[in-house]
Design a protein around this ligand. Structure first.
Ligand code: SF4
Length: 496
């Protein structure tokens, strides 16, 4: 448990008042506050969760190995560039005129740097969810519910994915108390890597978990489509050549027809007299061949022949070979025209099995992606500097690097410091909550020490990295795909 520089006021009977957020819990000895982040230990307010430090490498048996378990650490203070102080478990200061919980200096490549860390309380936050599936999850703008409460809505269908926008101020604080509580819990679970079941009005029941396949109406999605129907034609046209007369790639977005498609033209594939329902966009590309659904290619059809009209008798011929396939290769069927030019299902020829399997092989695993979105452009900045707008400008000018639990963030252009972070890039259980309701997310600002002084930083609270004790701290290895937070870039961009 971290005990340094924690907020709180001692009251009578060994009670303490936590002043780390507006709830101002009065906590009895041995109890925790409403958020379970702070506790009263023998009349002293302590932060319950360990404070997380990232350790890049340690020396072991003569070699450099990643830090994996706290037990691996022998207590040795490592050179500062190999250690990064995250905000996870660092605590919060409230109101924000107080300096952030930790303002830590270190030397990196001969440059004096400072990292300011705080667990920000985000009443204005949400998550953007990307669900890799073509299956219809529900109409755009329809409500997404958890336990019956509206927590967000469906946004757009993107390339092989369905997007949800969850949380945000209107659900956290703008609705009923229950709506806010349920929305906050759903966001917390998603951000900490938990599975959340949700239902879309007039749509599907989903189970969403960051880094895991989505479950749509009880079916675990296996593959993200290789491309739209037209792209699939373009990718695989040559591999079908000579093995079949016509190919239709069924897709709710763009259904492709080989003989009409530019790829088929360039390969001299003759017309087949095929007719498709739906709206023809450009040659060999059809929109709206069916309604959206959970069947073939994200349509509502289970029999692909439903999207075909009668073949043109002037061009089609008995025995014409037709392959119909979906954009993931999950569905496929082979047909030959009978004497009446009606497609009749037949066994898939062996030389077509490989090309169909190759569609599936080229699909990436279907995944749920959860991005936390929070705005740090408000009062949180006052914990960094007494002139908050300078921090915003410093971030915009790339003089200050922003990380969340040591993970890289995407900063939105425009006003404020609105950032997005992939929740799978943070150490486990990096997010918390307070019952206002709001999410608690780690945020770190790293910049040159002289820049920090120039923007009005709390210089009298700067402490060296080596001064941090080990009690209440846990060392973890950074995510393998994350750039090291001290990586060159911040100090380099300062105008000379
Ligand atoms: S909810 Fe948590 S942070 Fe807020 S006052 Fe209570 S114990 Fe402190």
């Amino acid at each position: 448990m971290s005990q340094e520089e924690q907020p709180g006021t001692q009251l009578g009977e060994a009670k303490v008042r936590c002043d780390a957020c507006p709830v101002m819990c009065i906590i009895k000895p041995g109890m925790t506050g409403a958020c379970d982040r702070y506790a009263n230990r023998a009349g002293e307010l302590i932060r319950v969760d360990p404070h997380i430090l990232l350790e890049r490498t340690v020396l072991k048996d003569g070699g450099l190995v990643p830090f994996s378990q706290p037990a691996d650490w022998d207590g040795t203070i490592l050179p500062p560039p190999d250690r990064f102080v995250t905000a996870i478990g660092a605590g919060t200061t409230y109101p924000d005129y107080k300096p952030a919980p930790f303002i830590v200096s270190s030397e990196v490549d001969g440059v004096d740097m400072v990292t300011v860390v705080t667990e920000g309380i985000f009443s204005y936050c949400g998550v953007k969810v990307k669900i890799d599936t073509d299956r219809f999850v529900g109409p755009e703008t329809n409500a997404v519910r958890v336990a019956g409460e509206i927590v967000g809505h469906v946004t757009t269908g993107e390339y092989g994915s369905q997007m949800l926008s969850l949380g945000g101020v209107h659900h956290l604080t703008g609705g009923s108390k229950k709506e806010g509580r349920v929305a906050c819990q759903a966001l917390l679970d998603l951000c900490n890597g938990g599975a959340v079941e949700m239902h879309v009005d007039a749509g599907a029941t989903l189970v969403v978990q960051a880094g895991h396949p989505p479950i749509v109406n009880g079916t675990t999605e296996q593959r993200m489509r290789v491309g739209c129907g037209s792209a699939t034609i373009g990718i695989f046209a040559r591999q079908w050549l000579g093995k079949v007369d016509e190919v239709v790639v069924v897709d709710d977005h763009i259904t492709g027809v080989l003989s009409e498609h530019q790829a088929g033209k360039l390969l001299d594939i003759p017309p087949t007299g095929i007719r498709l329902k739906g709206r023809r966009s450009t040659p060999g590309r059809y929109f709206q061949v069916a309604e959206p659904g959970t069947g073939w290619g994200g349509t509502n059809i289970s029999d692909p022949l439903d999207i075909l009209g009668p073949f043109d008798p002037k061009t089609a011929f008995p025995g014409l070979r037709l392959l119909m396939v979906s954009t993931t290769g999950e569905h496929s069927g082979y047909y030959e025209l009978d004497e009446s030019l009606v497609p009749v299902a037949k066994a898939m020829p062996t030389d077509l099995v490989g090309p169909v399997d190759k569609i599936a092989e080229n699909c990436e695993p279907a995944m749920c992606t959860v991005l936390f979105v929070g705005g740090a452009g408000g009062s949180l900045r006052a914990g960094v500097t007494d002139n908050p707008v300078r921090l915003t400008r410093s971030v915009k000018e790339a003089l200050t690097k922003v990380t969340s639990g040591g993970a890289p963030v995407y900063l939105w252009p425009g006003g404020g410091i609105t950032f997005m972070v992939d929740v799978t890039r943070l150490p486990a259980n990096a997010f918390g909550y307070v019952p206002t309701p709001a999410l608690v997310a780690p945020i770190e600002f790293t910049l040159r020490l002289d820049d920090y002084e120039a923007l009005g930083g709390h210089m009298d609270h700067v402490r060296p990295l080596t001064s941090l004790g080990d009690t209440g701290r846990r060392q973890v290895a950074p995510h393998a795909e994350n750039p090291w937070p001290f990586a060159r870039g911040v100090a380099d961009r300062r105008p000379s």
